[in-house]
Design a protein around this ligand. Sequence first.
Ligand code: G6P
Length: 610
Amino acid sequence: MCGIVGAVAQRDVAEILLEGLRRLEYRGYDSAGIAIINPEQQINRLRRLGKVQELGNALKETPLTGGTGISHTRWATHGEPSERNAHPHQSADIVVVHNGIIENHELLRNQLRDQGYNFSSDTDTEVMAHLVAELRKQTSSLLEAVQQAVKQLHGAYGAAFIDRTQPDSLVVARSGSPLVIGYGIGENFVGSDPLALLPVTRKFAYLEEGDVAEISRHEVKIFDQNAHPVERKIHESDLSYDASDKGEYRHYMLKEIHEQPRAVTDTMEGRVTQDGVAAEAFGPEAAKLLPGIKSVQIVACGTSYNSGMVARNWIERYAGIPCRVEIASEFRYRHTLVPEDCLFITISQSGETADTLAALRKAKEQGYAASLAICNVAGSSLVRESDLTFMTRAGAEIGVASTKAFTTQLTGLLMLTAVLARNNPQAEDALQKRFADGLHQLPALLKQCLALDSEILKLSQAFADKHHALFLGRGSQHAIAMEGALKLKEISYIHAEAYAAGELKHGPLALIDENMPVVVVAPNNDLLEKLKSNMEEVRARGGQLFVFADEAAGIKPEQGIQVLNVPHMDHLLAPIAYTLPLQLLSYHVAVLKGTDVDQPRNLAKSVTVE
Ligand code: G6P
């Protein structure tokens, strides 16, 4: 949610700050702004409604010079998207950019108004600018003023401040929203995501909760929540500089869809042998901890939640242990009970989703047997705070609609199922070999699914003028129908709902007519015959069926049924493989409708506010 970039250098930093924002734009994109202290020690601030490109155009007309600056791309929480609500916010000599939410902003605003401060925006952020400006009068440095200010702030935030009177440094504070310091040579940086800083450095240190840091050209001083100086480990990043380039593809989403065979291969690399899955893939302690596990609780949001819903089917069926799955925003506030020897799993692309992180912290207090994070970002909060970790190796995912993160999560969850299934006395003899063979076949199978692209493009035409769509599946494919519907609504703005096909006659059948396309996910599994009956229920009412079916399922195209034949496969793999045609369907529909595929309206990639 929102993106922050800051720099302290000898050279002019405007272009570094702008390029950083371009790379973070997937996090939020309703407005953008920049503030730089110029060589005459004045603050120049430029803000624009709309995308980073608008700010870039403004900077061409009004170039900003200076070596110390901060910038921001916004996803509105408090106050509509507008130039006056865009960050940075300023109070006299103090300027701030902020991610997250200040929960006690009303109280602070009233206090500051009483002290004579005028507010020029509707944001919660502006209170930070005035509060630090006020405290700065009573302190000897910006660092001290920020350290005093954070004691009064409630909520989740990552923030960066500059002070006109201290032009050679910036001060940052983290509580709930990620911030990473980038170490250069004779220059240093801060960002809400290392991706923003890859053009200038590969050395990063993540701030911990409650940290405040003062960053100058030659030094970074970090203080913990008790204001004690601390060191934070510096990592060398192996993220690719090109990861955020579209290459030959028209959109990041399309690029990322096509990267899936490679991403899944990378995720298995060194972890799956001919005999099975290495437990160590889940961390050094996994071989010791996992055999004692008697049940599983999965918690996640969005697409990551859908992968958990698939995993529930796998874990209960093959590992033979109970598995519950819950949306993080519900779990964190619900009165929940802890089953004995229960593994608490969080699934998250970013590792920074506020609700998922809060759920993990609650689970740790409640005393689950162990926690496992399935995550795509090394060093993220979820990874740091979990006992066990499984890193998906999807690489940077830029498209807001998640694609390769999802299929690599599923790959990790299938591998976890294989490890847990070793302790299932009821498991079939050849199960481990079946998992290993299936996983090895997966990348080639995904390539075959991608080769269906031109047929899917044809099918997509029927959706472009529709306002609603229904997705049906049964068993683990119900979760894939959920993911298919989520993709379509996210990027094409078509209202799409997923139903377990058996629920059709309990409501959604009333919606069926010729204007309601119905997508059916139909692998060749033990529920196929039941699914065929559900399809007949739709057809008998004039509904238009689009069936993504195993070529061996015997579903033929006829009046009211269009069929996309998917290669025959072990149905263990079907949830992963069938995802790709559904992603392509949504993609083509969105392109036909002309929506913003990579940055759909109102959404953000990384949701670091609850
Ligand atoms: C946002 C993103 C989704 C993502 C969800 C959970 O809504 O737009 O693509 O699935 O957050 O994010 P996470 O990083 O925890 O997987």
